[in-house]
Design a protein around this ligand. Structure first.
Ligand SMILES: Nc1ncnc2c1ncn2[C@@H]1O[C@H](COP(=O)(O)OP(=O)(O)OP(=O)(O)O)[C@@H](O)[C@H]1O
Length: 298
């Protein structure tokens, strides 16, 4: 089996007139990976994905999908499932007709019943798209990613507007596609989903990557936090603790386990009750909030 990356982006630039939306972006997505392309609003994610999906030409740089140019739609398109934010199904078609249409447009084969079952719209098969709820429409959008078990699947904000049951069902279906060997590219503003699901994350800001790697690699760039309050009359806390305006204390640490143990030992030795003690690992949100201070990756 080939070990070539499914997606290979090298020195991609996307410009709109004088405006540089994407600047010298390079990344690869390996077969079977779930890669999350995340970033601030206007970071250039959509512009990047439009090129990778074959909807837009690169201003410069090289993009290969399955080793081919994504503009070679006859070769590449049948192997890709793309769930856009708005699939634009005709409101007059029924759900079953819309799903059949996906087969005709992509050239993949599948059965409408199987896809209806996965997206949980079997009971709505004969309902017109115009009459679907927002969440049901989103599940129909997901059918475009599922139909014919594509090798490469793009999920653009897949769970927006979905209730928790539908979200879980969508992620279960994604896990099944991954078990079949599909490669997934995810964009989302729900960072906890990316944190939970992604093998690797590319974090964009102003057209460049500021971080790329596993969740552990990204969160390792920032300290974790220990917080607690002290009862009146308690001795001064360990030196590394900083008083914050609400009267509690905070310890920022790159070695949570050691510093937490030190704090608990100190509290035990001084017979001090630590009130409201919490120890929070660094989250993707923290990395995001600090994005302005992260230099562009070369
Ligand atoms: N057709 C266009 N003409 C001019 N500027 C554009 C065009 N499309 C996008 N842009 C600009 O390029 C930048 C990147 O946009 P893009 O849609 O790629 O960002 P994004 O990361 O997907 O953002 P969001 O998270 O807000 O959807 C933005 O500043 C946007 O205003």
């Amino acid at each position: 089996m080939s070990t070539a990356p499914v997606i290979d982006v090298d020195a991609l630039h996307v410009t709109y007139g004088d405006f540089h939306a994407v600047t010298d972006l390079s990344f690869q997505v390996e077969r079977g990976e779930l890669y999350a392309l995340l970033g601030t609003n206007g970071a250039g994610k959509t512009s990047t994905l439009e090129v990778v999906e074959g909807h837009r030409a690169a201003s410069s740089g090289t993009v290969r999908v399955f080793g081919e140019s994504p503009s070679d739609r006859r070769t590449v398109r049948p192997r890709m499932g793309i769930m856009l934010q708005e699939s634009g199904f005709s409101p007059d078609l029924t759900v079953a007709e819309s799903i059949r249409l996906i087969g005709r447009l992509t050239g993949r084969t599948d059965t409408v019943d199987r896809v209806l079952g996965i997206v949980d719209l079997t009971r709505k098969a004969e309902t017109r798209v115009a009459q679907l709820s927002g969440g049901e429409k989103r599940r129909l959008d997901f059918a475009t990613a599922v139909y014919g078990r594509p090798e490469l699947i793009f999920l653009d904000e897949p769970t927006t507007g979905l209730d928790i049951q539908s979200r879980d069902a969508l992620w279960d279906a994604v896990e099944e596609l991954r078990a079949d060997g599909s490669t997934i590219v995810l964009t989302t503003h729900y960072l906890e989903e990316a944190q939970q699901r992604a093998d690797r994350i590319g974090l964009m800001h102003h057209g460049t990557f500021r971080h790329q790697g596993t969740v552990a690699e990204l969160t390792r760039t920032l300290p974790a936090a220990i917080q607690f309050s002290l009862p009146a009359g308690a001795p001064a806390p360990p030196v590394s603790a900083v008083a914050v305006p609400d009267g509690s204390y905070q310890i920022e640490t790159f070695d949570l386990q050691t510093d937490l143990k030190q704090l608990l030992d100190w509290a035990h030795d001084h017979a001090v009750d630590l009130h409201g003690l919490s120890a929070a690992p660094t989250r993707l949100d923290d990395v995001f909030r600090a994005i302005d201070t992260a230099p562009a990756l070369s």
